[in-house]
Design a binder for this molecule. Structure first.
Ligand code: Z5A
Length: 209
């Protein structure tokens, strides 16, 4: 799908440093003279934000099924892509996403072990052939990422999963990132300055090409 603007996505496990990456990349895009819209997933429209609350929340009297979780992620994505992302790209604005479809592939496909064909089918229904122009995958060891996330306060429903869930999620992330020619992997197991420098050079290189 050809649009005037570009859709850039930041992906990674909790505590990978996505929030800081979003600030750095936003600054670089704006400094290059593009108007920028920031999004987050799940979320980014009133209805998608309500879905975010629903899917991250704890439901003490019922089990949240993996199918419901998957469908909610795609419901939120459909709202965001059709109402915000595509109209902005068509107007020539750039969009920077804090997470997008790779998260579902990694968390629901890798972590929850949902059949890849089922996820592909949902992706086709929801997104047709829409894909990010460029993705930065921030790679972190799950234990380290969770420790960083814990330092910020209470963990949500998904963050409370067992470490093995995040190990499977990371493995799927790495596999997807390695096979995607429009994705750069950033090693975040280094100094914050080093991470920032790598992010900066990946985005600068993308914008110069
Ligand atoms: N989810 C899903 O399952 N399927 C989907 O399709 C989608 C999402 C779209 C969204 O939660 C949840 O939904 C998420 C995946 C799932 N759940 N889990 N688990 P969210 O958006 O609220 O949470 P998050 O995306 O996981 O954000 P986060 O925890 O805030 O992660 P972050 O933004 O990457 O972390 P950060 O705030 O930038 O950094 C955390 C702390 O680490 C902070 O204090 C930093 O200063 C510190 N930090 C960062 N980098 C470093 C380095 N390099 N060294 C030392 N310390 C660092």
């Amino acid at each position: 799908m050809q649009t005037l603007g570009k859709f850039i996505v930041i992906e990674g496990l909790e505590g990978a440093g996505k929030s800081t990456a979003v600030s750095i990349v936003s600054e670089l895009i704006k400094n290059a003279g593009h108007s920028l819209v920031n999004t987050r997933e799940p979320g980014g429209t009133p209805m998608a934000e309500a879905i975010r609350e629903c899917v991250k929340g704890n439901w003490p009297t019922e089990k949240v099924t993996i199918e419901a979780e998957l469908l909610l992620m795609y419901a939120a994505r459909a709202q965001l892509v059709q109402n915000i992302i595509l109209p902005n790209l068509e107007q020539g604005n750039w969009v920077l996403g804090d997470r997008h479809d790779m998260s579902s592939q990694a968390y629901q496909g890798g972590g929850r072990q949902i059949d890849i064909e089922m996820i592909e089918a949902l992706r086709t229904i929801t997104l047709k052939d829409f894909r990010p122009d460029f993705t930065l995958y921030l790679d972190v060891d799950p234990e380290e990422g969770l420790n960083r996330a814990r330092g910020r306060g209470e963990l949500d429903r998904i963050e409370q999963e067992h470490l093995s869930f995040f190990e499977r999620t990371r493995a799927r992330y790495l596999a997807l990132a390695n096979e995607d020619k429009n994705c750069v992997i950033i090693n975040t197991m280094q100094s914050i300055e080093g991470v920032h420098q790598d992010i900066q050079s990946a985005i600068t290189q993308y914008m110069e090409q």
